[in-house]
Ligand binder design. Structure first.
Ligand code: NAG
Ligand code: NAG
Ligand code: NAG
Length: 425
């Protein structure tokens, strides 16, 4: 198929097809033809290290989407800056889903499966209707998490579900099912919304008084969808931490240190597994108040805690106040019971609280981050650091010196003038 499509595309739109990776290389002409078909495009610059890092991943994405209608491509923005300007690209690499007038920038992890799932979702309608009786089993097998609507496809709840499906399409799957098809999930008789998450089903429960008020119902559905769209124990990074904080739950984080090959030590692995086992064995009680997860890089946790945490560590964030909680005991020695007790104290608001959002904390956090950045810079490249800070300092001292000297000269003159005045007097 590649043999036929390749030369054909090259001929029509000036694309050089790199047959081995199946990633299409685009040029300026892309601006004119981007409205045709569905595109998944990586905007890159050859000098950018992050771009080079995802190069092999991007080739795998292209391979995985090869039989789909989604065309996986890349644009070298240094050679074709007009394309970057047209699509308002601000950073490299930018990954964008383009379907006619609709553009959407991918913001998730740059992992093959995440990107492939994202593209497959974006190409479908936001809510997909399930009509085949066996489909539920298939969905359960193929998706870790999906949202479902059960009942007649009309009325306020249906409209809100459809709206939120569009809003969160980039992050999750949304399906509409009949009562018969959803039967084994024991749906209530009325229309209802559920999330199926790692083999467990949770129904959206609105307060009866809220049901009357559309806006409140809509807001609570919005909050619920946003807080349920994460797995029970996701990896927490800079790209999803803000979304996690929007869940308004306590965020319970196991902090470990991954090396370049994404490996961690046995002690850290045991600790991480122990924390994960707590949520897995108490999903129904814990998950409405606590979102668990783990971090492979203590830097982000240090910024939150404003100190150098040893790894492994446990940190719990209050997502509404930005306060955090750290256990008094050495986390490595904690048992699941001790951790559960600690969480219970946090929930009852009797555990010691640190940080927060007041100005003192902001100033200190700023200071801590600057210090960390400088230290990292010094470790990374002492010569460059010395130059960056040394040169301006050198200039500054020159300027100071000349200002001071000028002052002294001026002062002398002044004095002389007064002296002459005195003499005249
Ligand atoms: C739901 O419907 C079934 C069958 O129509 C009925 O037996 C059951 O009582 C209903 N449940 C509720 C809570 O209305
Ligand atoms: C519900 O909220 C979403 C955004 O959260 C909004 O797009 C939608 O228009 C709202 N729908 C209704 C029916 O109020
Ligand atoms: C965070 O702290 C506030 C104030 O102490 C409290 O009202 C809230 O329940 C706490 N929990 C979360 C998850 O926000």
């Amino acid at each position: 198929m590649n043999v036929i499509v390749g030369p054909f595309l090259t001929f029509i739109i000036g694309i050089n097809v790199v047959t081995s990776s199946k990633v299409l290389e685009l040029s300026d002409k892309f601006i004119d033809i981007s409205g045709e078909g569905v595109w998944f495009v990586k905007f890159y610059a050859p000098w950018c290290a992050h771009c080079r890092r995802i190069e092999p991943v991007w080739a795998h994405v292209a391979q995985a989407l090869y039989s789909s209608p989604i065309k996986v491509a890349k644009v070298d923005c240094t050679r074709f800056p007009a394309v970057a300007t047209h699509f308002k690209v601000r950073a490299y690499p930018t990954i964008m889903f383009i379907k006619g007038e609709f553009w959407h920038q991918y913001s998730g992890e740059r992992l093959k499966d995440d990107m492939v799932n994202y593209a497959k979702r974006m190409v479908q309608p936001a809510v997909q209707r399930v009509s085949h009786a066996d489909s539920l089993g298939y969905l359960k097998e193929t998706h870790n998490i999906f949202f479902g609507y059960v009942g007649k496809q009309q009325g306020p709840l249906w409209e809100m579900f459809s709206n939120h499906a569009e809003k969160y399409q980039a992050h999750s799957w949304f399906y509409a099912l009949s009562h018969e098809i959803a039967h084994e999930l024991n749906p209530p008789n009325d229309s209802s919304v559920f999330v199926y998450k790692e083999e467990e089903t949770f129904y959206f429960k609105a307060n009866p008084e809220v049901l009357e008020d559309r806006e409140t119902l809509n807001n609570s559905l919005n909050k619920w969808v946003n807080s349920e769209r994460f797995g029970f124990f996701p990896k927490i990074t800079r790209s999803n931490i803000n979304d996690l904080l929007a869940t308004e739950k306590y965020i319970v984080i196991a902090v470990v240190l991954e090396n370049k090959l994404n490996e961690i030590t046995q002690t850290e692995r045991d600790f991480k597994d122990m924390i994960e086992s707590i949520i897995r064995s108490n999903k129904q009680e814990l998950h409405s108040h606590f979102q668990f997860g783990w971090m492979g890089n203590p830097e982000l946790a240090n910024t939150i805690a404003m100190s150098e945490l040893t790894v492994p560590h446990l940190i719990v964030l209050n997502s509404t106040t930005s306060h955090h909680h750290i256990p008094d005991d050495d986390p490595v020695l904690m048992t699941p019971e001790a951790v559960s007790l600690f969480l219970d104290q946090i929930h009852k608001q009797v555990a010691p609280t640190y940080g927060g959002n007041n100005w003192m904390v902001h100033v200190y956090r700023g200071f801590f981050e600057t210090r960390t950045t400088l230290i990292n810079m010094w470790h990374g490249n002492p010569v460059l650091t010395a130059l960056v800070f040394g040169l301006p300092l050198g200039f500054l001292s020159l300027i100071c010196y000349s200002i001071c000297c000028a002052d002294i000269l001026d002062a002398d003159e002044d004095e002389e003038i007064t002296e002459t005045h005195e003499k005249k007097d």
